[in-house]
Every structure is written in structure tokens, then in C-alpha cells.
Write a protein that binds this ligand. Structure first.
Ligand code: HMG
Length: 417
């Protein structure tokens, strides 16, 4: 029997403060509906300098280990996917290893390719385990980022921050991956980037959306070709994409998932046997189906709407959001996942939700992590955004959390709560 490999458990960490997106809209003189309806946002996480990608990654990793009674001696790989690392050389993963006092017998490294970096790490871990190289050991993959465009920019309402830690093993209680079906599409484009030394991203916003959609089409078609060959999906009364119980997308802002879903359906409608009998306009109309979006996508976006973009972690926040509400109903069912990183690289993959997913999600207790946050005013948000990132405020970390407290001789010092 083929080895089952995938995500056994997950945990999240988020900044302790957020703004209401309507407060941001009003402060910017924008109709709040543009942010709530036009972008699909509700709230936006605000990370202060103490809540950097290391602190968030360490908090999420500690939670996944403690809440699932993971024996660190059986973890052979710790990978952090991030595009907001804290050093050109020293890996976020090595900080996390030190903060959590993990054994020295594990591989530690970071993976970077914009928002795709986390998925790159996940696939490295899955393939390491599936190949047998892991010799039965598990891996921890943490996606951790602070999405930041700056005050008064078009990207401002699509900021956020947080981390999702994934325990990857041969006991995929949350999601057993369909190894060998993944479809990939990459291209050298300047849609979103952050030159060395810059804290804020540079983005060609509307172009980035078209790059995402084009890459999605290539990745999805690659997956579909293999899924058809393996009879995981088929052309029939329903489209191949409709045969997935849910589809999760990279979510820079929630409305993007709707655009992505329309694009995926368009791929199926254009390629379906007999497509020539319909017009492009009719296919576009069918692709936009709200019923399909409501049934396959909408239920995964609850956390994303409250946190904002978390770059590498956004897709996995959607996974957490989906499974916290629907684990039991989805047990045994196949879902699709689309990862996109600007620059760009997209990967579409699928997996089957595990029978023990509900128990694992209860341990993640995602709702209580979110509920502990504090809503702040726009003045407070702007004050935090103006803080120097190398001078963290003197705030004690909450129990079980980590914070950057000082940078001394270019060394970052963290405290545990
Ligand atoms: P914008 O240009 O200010 O907004 O910035 P817009 O004019 O395009 O409006 C946005 C939507 O609101 C539109 O809906 C409007 O119609 C609607 P759409 O036509 O797109 O469906 N709208 C309204 N709706 C209701 N009531 C109103 C109203 N007014 C307008 N009154 C943009 C939007 C997303 C470009 C900007 O926020 C931005 O640049 N964000 C950052 C870039 C980004 O998120 N790109 C996404 C794809 S690339 C990606 O996902 C990778 C990324 O995560 C990075 C990585 O890989 O590391 C970003």
C-alpha cells in the first residue's frame, strides 16, 4: 500500500492587536463597502516590532508541539517558509529551534519564494517523508509572515500577519496529500517584490492579480491532467473542479478567492469536451456562479477575513478556517489547494481530509486564539506602524507566546511568556 503522508495537526499564532477594516476605510476617506465588499475584509491584524516572524513562528510551533504531545526527538526537519525573515543569513528556523529547545539532530532551514515559500517547505517535508529519507520521523513546517505595504497605500487594507505551524507525518489526521498529482506554473514577473533593505513591499496591484490568475490556470491544468489520468476526477455531468468538496486558495484578500475560483472554473469550461458549443461570454457567466463559490470556497475564508494577508500562511489559515468548522462533514472527502507566490510560482495540489481531523482541530482551538485579540484605534495602528522595527516595545509576552525584546550587538533576544 502506498504510504500516506500529509498534515497531522496545525496551530496558529496571530498578533495580539487588530483594526476594524471599516475604521481604516473611514480614516482614509474611502467608502467602507470598498474594503468589506470590494476586498472582502473585516479586520486586519497589526503586528508590532516585538511580534516579528520569529516570535510568531515560535509561538505557533510551540503550540503544535505541546497541544499534540509531539516528541521532539521524532522530528527530523524544521522548515520555516517566510518572506519577512529577520536576517540575510541566519534562518528563522534556527531561532525557533533554539527558543523551543529542540534537539540538534534535525535539519533547520527557511524557504523563500514570496507567499509560495510555505508550500515549498511543505512539499520538501512531504517528499522527504514519502521517499523514506525521513526514516519514520515527522517534520514541522511553519509559515510565518508580516504583510506590510505602508500607510496610505492601495495595499494598506490588505496587510496582516501571523503564523501557521503544520506537523507533517505519516499519520495525516488533517489532510493526506495526493502525492504525484501536483501541478505547478512559474514565471519570472515583477508583480510584487521587496528589494533588500525595504520594510514595505512594492507591488503592481492589478498586474499581480492577473499574474496570480494566469499562474493558477497553469497549475490547475497540470493537476487536472494527472488527476484525470489517475481517475481521481473525470469529465462527466460535473466538471473536474466541481468534484472537489472544497477548494482553498491563497488569500491576499478574500475577494481574490472569488476571482480565483472563477478562473479555475473557466479552465474547466474552456477545456471540457463540447466546449466549442458554448460562447466565451456564456462560459464566463457560468464560471462566475455564486452557487459554486458558496458551496466550494466561502466557508474557508472566515479567518482570512479577520486577519488579512499573511503571505506564506494565508493558504494554511484558509485550511484552518475550513477545518475548524467542517472537519466532521469533510472527513474522507478530497479538497483542492492553490498556493501562489508573487514573482511568481503557483502550485495546485489535493488531499483527503482525515477521519480524526475534528479532534486535531479541537486541539488547535483556533477560535480562542483569535478571541484574545484587542481591537485598536486608527491612531494606535498608525503609531505602531511608525515604530522602528529594531526597537521593540517593552511588553511581556503572554503565557505560551514569544516576543522579540531587544537587539543587542546585532543579535536578536526573545522572551517567552
Ligand atoms: P485598489 O486599486 O485600490 O482597488 O486596490 P480597486 O479599485 O481595484 O477596487 C477593489 C475592488 O473593490 C474592486 O472589485 C472594486 O470594484 C470594488 P473587483 O472589480 O476587483 O471585483 N469596489 C467597491 N465595492 C463595493 N463598494 C464600493 C467599491 N469601490 C470599489 N464602494 C488591490 C486593490 C488589491 C490592487 C490593492 O489592495 C493591492 O495592491 N493589494 C496588494 C496586492 C495584492 O494583494 N495582490 C493580489 C494578487 S498577488 C498575491 O496574491 C501575492 C501576494 O500575497 C504577495 C506574495 O506572494 O508574497 C500579494
Amino acid at each position: 500500500m502506498k504510504k500516506q503522508v500529509g498534515i497531522e495537526a496545525l496551530a496558529i499564532a496571530v498578533p495580539r492587536r487588530y483594526v476594524d477594516i471599516e475604521d481604516l476605510a473611514r480614516a482614509r476617506g474611502v467608502d467602507p463597502a470598498k474594503f468589506t465588499v470590494g476586498l472582502g475584509a473585516k479586520e486586519m491584524a497589526v503586528a508590532d516590532p516585538g511580534e516579528d516572524s520569529v516570535a510568531l513562528a515560535a509561538t505557533a510551533a510551540a503550540r503544535v508541539i505541546q497541544r499534540n504531545n509531539v516528541d521532539p526527538a521524532k522530528v527530523g526537519m524544521l522548515v520555516v517558509g517566510t518572506e519577512t525573515g529577520v536576517d540575510h543569513s541566519k534562518a528563522v528556523a534556527s531561532h525557533v529551534q533554539g527558543l523551543l529547545k529542540l534537539p540538534r539532530s534535525m535539519r533547520t532551514y527557511d524557504t523563500q519564494h514570496a507567499c509560495y515559500g510555505g508550500t515549498a517547505g511543505l512539499m520538501a517535508a512531504v517528499e522527504w517523508i514519502a521517499s523514506g529519507a525521513g526514516a519514520g520521523r515527522s517534520a514541522i513546517v511553519v509559515c510565518s509572515d508580516i504583510a506590510r505595504y505602508g500607510l496610505n497605500t492601495a495595499g494598506e487594507p490588505t496587510q496582516g500577519g501571523g503564523a501557521v505551524a503544520l506537523l507533517v507525518s505519516e499519520q495525516p489526521d488533517l489532510l493526506a496529500l495526493d502525492i504525484g498529482l501536483n501541478g505547478v506554473s512559474s514565471n519570472d514577473v515583477y508583480d510584487f517584490w521587496r528589494p533588500l533593505g525595504r520594510r514595505e513591499a512594492v507591488v503592481d496591484g492589478h498586474y499581480s492579480i492577473s499574474c496570480y490568475l494566469e499562474a493558477l490556470a497553469g497549475a490547475y491544468r497540470g493537476w487536472r491532467e494527472r488527476a484525470l489520468a489517475h481517475e481521481v476526477v473525470r469529465w462527466g455531468e460535473t466538471l473536474p473542479g466541481e468534484q472537489l468538496a472544497r477548494i482553498l486558495y491563497h488569500v491576499p484578500f478574500c475577494k481574490m478567492a472569488r476571482k480565483a475560483h472563477t478562473q479555475l472554473r473557466l479552465c474547466d469550461l474552456e477545456d471540457a469536451p463540447g466546449a466549442a458549443e458554448s460562447t466565451p461570454a456564456a462560459r464566463e457567466e457560468t464560471a462566475k456562479s455564486s452557487a459554486s463559490y458558496d458551496a466550494q470556497v466561502a466557508s474557508s475564508l472566515g479567518l482570512n477575513a479577520r486577519i488579512g494577508n499573511v503571505y506564506t500562511a494565508s493558504l494554511y489559515l484558509a485550511l484552518a478556517g475550513l477545518l475548524q468548522g467542517e472537519s466532521a462533514a469533510l472527513a474522507g472527502k478530497r479538497i483542492g489547494l492553490l498556493s501562489y507566490g508573487s514573482g511568481c510560482c503557483a502550485e495546485f495540489y489535493s488531499g483527503v481530509v482525515g477521519e480524526a481531523a475534528a479532534q486535531r482541530m479541537a486541539k488547535a482551538d483556533v477560535e480562542s486564539v483569535i478571541a484574545k485579540r484587542e481591537r485598536i484605534t486608527l491612531d494606535e495602528y498608525e503609531r505602531i506602524m511608525r515604530l522602528s522595527y529594531d526597537a521593540p516595545e517593552r511588553v511581556s509576552p503572554a503565557p505560551g507566546e514569544f516576543r522579540l525584546v531587544e537587539i543587542r550587538d546585532h543579535r536578536r533576544i526573545y522572551a517567552a511568556g
